[in-house]
Design a protein around this ligand. Structure first.
Ligand code: NAP
Ligand code: ZN
Ligand code: ZN
Length: 352
């Protein structure tokens, strides 16, 4: 079994620290990937600190992964040794249910296999994520990276966050038909939010960025916002009443949905992707009297993730990142909680 080293949480209150483990024995359709970069998603923090109550320790987080293929099984056709491969939140699923057949494996009726902290479908071992030296994955769940985005190390580091922050915002914007003529709101300018902003702008929508810190205004405008609104400024919020076709809420901390849902048009939709540890209390009248929808969205399936990567290649879209060394991960978690990240930390795994 391939030996791996990484950084693991041993409990909800211990900092992440070096940890050695083994990966599953590669199967004929598996690739082994030597990891280069891994993004730091707020979900990693929620999981490591057991904020959702489903943690399994030791836990190696990380699901925004790029690396180099070092070996391929006898049945592998999509990759050869030396190729760049990308791995996201979803590393396996039942492959036979209606959702898997449709390429919406993230909604697998038998439960998708997450990159870390769940039992592996083949050997039952607990999956370990990308804050580590290598990964073993069925090629079906690995993605190719457009050549122009793999041209330099810096670009490739900015590709890693596309595997979660990118697809989690691309998928709902596509699903709700965002494009020219739509007025779209993005709540929160963090890892997911800045990618949602880039995509909504790229799709031709009029984009309003909501933020709790006006310090991010210049950045939001540079990233493609047409307008930036401080969500605590009641007058600025009211000026947008009943005007949005779609609002994507990426906020990671508990907050009221009401100031945002009051801005929806008749028949419009608000989708939640942020997953705070405390569920929101919702003023249903904002939905009832507009026949508006409150919805949610989970990452994206395998085909849509590849489509998103190809789109990013065609439009030269990557994440805005700050590269960190592996030992800085605990400090990075603390900075993420202070909303002090522009706009994604990415771990250089050569520093392991
Ligand atoms: P992040 O980088 O920490 O960004 C979160 C942003 O939320 C912050 O930058 C902040 O933006 C905003 N925010 C924080 N507290 C807020 C509050 N009280 N009210 C309004 N906005 C607030 O986190 P992330 O990695 O983007 O992840 C965001 C959330 O999405 C997390 O809960 C994560 O677990 C979840 N997630 C879900 C999926 C999915 O499939 N649905 C996938 C990945 C992640 P401002 O400073 O601009 O206010
Ligand atoms: Zn994530
Ligand atoms: Zn399935």
């Amino acid at each position: 079994m391939p030996a791996s080293k990484g950084y693991a949480a041993q409990s909800k209150s211990t900092p992440l620290a070096p940890y050695a483990f083994t990966r599953r024995e590669p199967l004929p359709s598996d690739i082994v990937v030597d990891l280069l970069y891994c993004g730091v998603c707020h979900s990693d923090l929620h999981m490591a600190r057991n904020e959702w109550g489903n943690a399994v320790y030791p836990m190696v987080p990380g699901h925004e992964i790029v690396g180099t293929v070092t070996s391929v099984g006898s049945a592998v056709t999509k990759f050869k040794v030396g190729d760049i491969a990308a791995i996201g939140v979803l590393v396996d699923s039942c492959r036979t249910c209606s959702k898997c057949e449709k390429g919406e494996e993230q909604y697998c009726l038998n439960g998708m296999t997450l990159t870390y902290a769940v039992p592996d479908r083949f050997d039952g071992s607990i999956t370990m994520g990308g804050y580590s030296s290598n990964y073993v994955v069925d090629e079906r769940y690995a993605h190719t990276v457009p050549a122009n985005l793999a041209a330099t190390k810096e670009l490739l580091a900015g590709v890693a966050p596309l595997l979660c922050a990118g697809i989690t915002t691309y998928s709902p914007l596509k699903h709700w038909g965002v494009g020219p003529g739509s007025k779209v709101g993005i709540v929160g300018l963090g890892g997911l939010g800045h990618m949602g902003l880039k995509f909504a702008h790229s799709f031709g929508a009029h984009v309003v960025q909501f933020t709790t810190s006006l310090k991010k205004k210049e950045d939001a405008l540079r990233l493609g916002a047409d307008e930036v609104v401080l969500s605590t400024d009641e007058d600025a919020m009211k000026a947008h009443a009943n005007s949005f076709d779609f609002i994507l809420d990426t906020a990671s901390a508990p907050h009221s949905l009401d100031p945002y849902s009051a801005l929806l048009k008749h028949d419009a939709a608000m989708a939640l992707v942020g997953l705070p540890e405390v569920p929101p209390v919702v003023d249903v009248t904002n939905f009832i009297f507009r026949r508006a929808s409150l919805s949610g969205s989970c990452i994206g399936g395998v085909p849509e993730t590849q489509e998103m990567l190809n789109y990013c290649g065609e439009h030269n879209i990557t994440s805005d990142i700050e590269i960190i060394a592996m030992p800085q991960i605990n400090e990075a978690f603390e900075r993420m909680l202070k909303q002090d990240v522009k706009y994604r930390f990415v771990i250089d795994l050569k520093t392991l």
